[in-house]
Design a binder for this molecule. Structure first.
Ligand code: PLP
Length: 331
């Protein structure tokens, strides 16, 4: 397509999308018109450095704006998903979509895009931003009622946006060094099973842990470990993998779900039960999991070395099994 007609197209689509009356699906389909060839052109026909997605269109980050009355801003009335990207492909997509569906249901929020539209958009985001390894972040807010009121009016169209982030392989799949983590009280709300953006409990905990030399925080409540600041947590004792069972107390991690299925298939002994901080500190091995962290070994908790202070054999085996699965499963 000619550069000038491309710029005209961009202007036309920008005008259409500036109308808040446009239906989100309509906006979604039209928004794709602004993608030309292998990248997006700005109004002057220049290639954009970073492309984000908001309410049906791809644009520069600074052009992705939301109302100050957006409930995501005012009340953290929003949910999100983070899908890992490996070799330019999306990881555990259907698991993320199942959790998104659950979050929308628990929040009684409207769904702005179908799974198919989300997949197409996430793939486009990965392609446009040339992400080889990293993540796609998607957030859906309840939208704006044009005012601030605790009670949602119910008529607002959801706001949906996405961006990508790079993360190097050395930090993720090749991680054999492990990290030191530090414990802290779990001060989060009581619905940690919903993936909402109200994350200050985790942010505080991670900041405190960092000050104490921890790369991640191990949160605990009533003497029992819950999970880490932004990852699921596991210990290994006498060859048995131990992790807290799902409940409202922890996030149902997508990586956790895939890993536990692989653990069952590979006959690794598993106990899903609560365990104390002391039990964690006395473990032979420990590790964390997350969508863009995969499996990361933990070598010390609160300065207490686990095992010989190196990545343990069970952790190593699970990393290998998981990475084989992840590469095969990515779409
Ligand atoms: C509190 C918490 N636990 C666990 C996880 C890991 O979940 P997933 O494997 O789906 O990334 C996350 C990810 O953001 C998280 O925030």
């Amino acid at each position: 397509m000619h550069r000038h007609s491309a710029a005209r197209n961009m202007r036309a689509t920008a005008l259409i999308f500036s109308s808040s009356l446009a239906h989100p699906v309509f906006r979604f389909i039209l928004g794709r018109l602004s993608v030309l060839g292998d990248f997006i052109l700005d109004l002057e026909g220049n290639r954009m450095s970073r492309t984000v997605f908001i309410n049906g269109r791809f644009c520069k980050p600074e052009e992705a704006t939301v109302s100050i009355f957006d409930r995501g801003l005012l009340f953290a009335d929003a949910i999100y998903e983070v899908a890992g990207v490996i070799d330019g492909k999306l990881l555990s997509f259907s698991t993320h979509m199942a959790r998104l569906e659950r979050s929308l249901g628990e929040m009684k929020m409207k769904r702005p895009m179908s799974d198919e539209e989300i997949l197409a958009t996430m793939r486009e985001m990965v392609r446009l931003n040339e992400v080889k390894e990293g993540l796609v972040y998607m957030q859906i807010t309840r939208g704006s009622d044009g005012d601030r009121d605790f009670l949602p009016k119910g008529g607002a169209e959801p706001t949906v946006f996405m961006f990508t982030q790079e993360k190097s392989a050395a930090e993720t799949r090749e991680n054999d060094e492990g990290i030191a983590i530090v414990s802290g009280p779990d001060i989060r709300w009581r619905r940690r099973d919903i993936k909402t953006v109200g994350l200050m409990g985790s942010v505080f905990a991670k900041m405190d842990a960092k000050e104490a030399g921890g790369a991640e925080v191990l949160m605990h409540e009533d003497g029992f470990v819950t999970e880490c600041g932004c990852t699921s947590f596991y210990i290994v004792k006498d060859g048995t993998l131990i992790t807290r069972p799902l409940s409202n107390d922890i996030l149902p991690g997508c990586t956790r779900k895939s890993l536990l299925a692989l653990v069952a298939e590979n006959a690794v002994a598993l106990e899903e039960r609560k365990f104390t901080l002391d039990e964690a500190r006395a473990a032979d091995e420990a590790f964390i999991t997350g969508a863009s962290t995969y499996i990361c070994p933990v070598t010390s908790i609160d300065g207490i070395t686990l095992g010989d202070g190196k990545r343990g054999p069970v952790t190593k085996r699970l990393q290998e099994i998981y990475m084989d699965y992840a590469q095969a499963d990515a779409i």
